[in-house]
Ligand binder design. Sequence first.
Ligand code: CA
Length: 226
Amino acid sequence: MSKVLLVEDDLVTCDMVRDWLEHELYTVEEAHTGEEALDLMKLYQYDIVVLDWGLPGKSGVEILSRFRADGGTTPVLILTGKRSVGEKEEGLDAGADDYLTKPFDMRELSARLRALLRRSHSPRASVLAVRNITLDPATCQVTRDGEELKLLPTEYALLEFFMRHPDRVFSTDDILNHVWKSDSEATATAVRTYITRLRKKLDVEEKASIIKTVHGIGYKLESRDD
Ligand code: CA
């Protein structure tokens, strides 16, 4: 079941789209302002975002640019009343994956969402590999040198996050925001604890850890052993 974030300030449209998508068996969460949407998009993993262009405060396109600039990769379909080619280009340049002009037929929305999900699911489902570690998002199986590792759910989520962004340095706050639920009470100590546990499971004795501490900044998963 795919999880959709629906961002729309017009409550009538929002209810209508929500009812339709729920009827199509999507799990739907709503946001009614850009800021609210951006917070949710940073904190939670959605399969797709349906984003209205015209929102109070920051516009859908501004929200999308910020989300993409921060490395967000969730597919986004923009809804808009704007019809001009220039505006369509602006939306796509901001990182939209598709674009639907209001008023639209709900069946058209469904077809677009299915196409976006097909496109995004195939690479997501492929096995991630960094050095001697593999992680299969489809089966949640992790191996080290071909042997299966048993990870706890949070260890797994943390590893998947690192493996999707090898060699990128993340602060403990970044990690908390991406890996832990926003309502969790976890702190930087929890991040450090889980990194220690994960290292115990991933690392080979007497070799430098695959998860490198970048002093004063955070952590990164090193794709090269040098
Ligand atoms: Ca609107």
